[in-house]
Design a protein around this ligand. Sequence first.
Ligand code: NA7
Length: 535
Amino acid sequence: MEIAQYDAIIIGAGISGMYQLHRLRGLGLSARVFEAGDDLGGTWYWNRYPGCRFDSESYSYGYSFSDDILREWDWSEHFAAQPETLRYLEFVAAKLDLRRDIQFGSRVESAAYDEEANLWEVLLADGRSARSRIVITAIGALSTPVLPAIEGIQSFRGPAIHTGLWPREPVEYAGRRVAVIGTGASGVQVIQEMAKVAAHLTVFQRTPNWCAPLHNSPIDAESQRRIHASYPEIFARCRETFGQFLHDSDRRNALDLSPEEREAVWEQLYAEPGFGIWMANFRDVLVSEEANRLLSNFVARKIRERVNDPALAEKLIPTDHGFGTRRVPLETNYYEVYNQENVRLVDLRDSPIQRITPDGIQTAAEDFAFDLIVFATGFDAVTGAFDRIEFRGAAGQTLKEAWADGPRTYLGLQVPGFPNLFTLVGPHNSATFCNIPRCIEQNVDWVSGLLAYAKERGITRIEASEKAADEWTEHVHAAAGRMLFSKVNSWFTGVNRNQPGHDQRRVLLYAGGAPAHRQRCDEVARDGYPGFLLR
Ligand code: NA7
């Protein structure tokens, strides 16, 4: 059987894979996308749990590269829900005629570089294979769901579903007894939605997170008109900010202001839609313990005001980390949910889960019976999707081996020893700490620019140098070291108690800000790609 050969293989048909395919076509390269799912959308395909929605302003999240797409699409809410986002991606795919080059139900198992042929051989789980000069991973940073390591997990009789693997068929929860394990961004969204109609909802919380109000609302006709008229300004603003959100940090330090002055700002941010309280806050609150403590006290007071039972409020207030040092879940009446008769919080610090039983969940203190268990227990973040594909580089080493002591990349986009392999949204890339499509477009544009440069010059082999990777890795580590989040266990730092070997903090994200990453990438392009061995 003849093996299919392409100029490039893209792994994944989410937001980054879709745009990368479009750009490769523009370069006149033949490309094939292998997508594990049965349809496109990536994150928005898999995370279809009730309540799933943006925490980014919808119009700051969509693709910016096409005026037609911008003109023809209206978002219905300031923070759109998952079904709308998936419809949007389907609209984009139709508009750009992407599907004809995407092969669904095709999970990539391995990709091995053949030095002699200067080709990658990509093997799918169903045994088929294909070859290409270039491989581009578009596999996402939060795409490998992890079930909790709890005894008896397979024994439960009812549906037991991870938020990141939610089925397409409707899951009944109205009038049912529901358990949710996990209180990260996914847990918070699913809890506040299911609490509306579940007969009874039990939340199993191991660590409370600092949440803040989303303040979502529909987009009225006048706002719609204004949004369409101001797309250039919206994207220009995003380009300037640390995380490419509409919210830009306040250049002042909280500690330089009087308590009244900073409280007034915090009141305002807490009352505003979106990530302002996290991203538009004073510049010292994510780096100074003291400033962060003051902000945390402010948010704790808000939680106490919203939860009727004072003892319960204390259980919902984090004590082991400060505000914003983990991903801040944005919420709509999340805290008020705990004032409802049909909702109960089980604090696993008092009574840990011992096992899952055919009927429900058993803690050290009690037996619970459920009709449905929701695992909102998170992902093997950032490197998880890479670890599950066997990438074998020029010297026969696997990427997993190369990253055994933590990721090592150049610009978060290329790895020494793995020629012609590009890692969109990979570790040590600003995209892992970003209003992600904004960084995705930067990643894709930059990789496409390099491929165009290579094509014009007849360059067929592109590989980051060891020295460039060492320097970038050192820079990434230094940037992370300045931030308070690097001293806290979370997916930001790669700690996952459900996975063996994931108990030590690692540097996974580039915390120097997206503008700094973009600037560095632009300089490298402008100077003819120093740090790359081009042949
Ligand atoms: P997160 O943020 O990693 O949250 C996972 C949650 O699940 C967190 O509260 C965990 O508690 C909890 N968890 C995990 N395992 C267990 C066990 N075994 N028992 C009890 N509780 C457990 O994942 P999300 O899906 O919410 O969010 C991921 C990102 O997706 C989010 O940041 C957005 O950017 C989109 P822990 O804190 O470990 O004690």
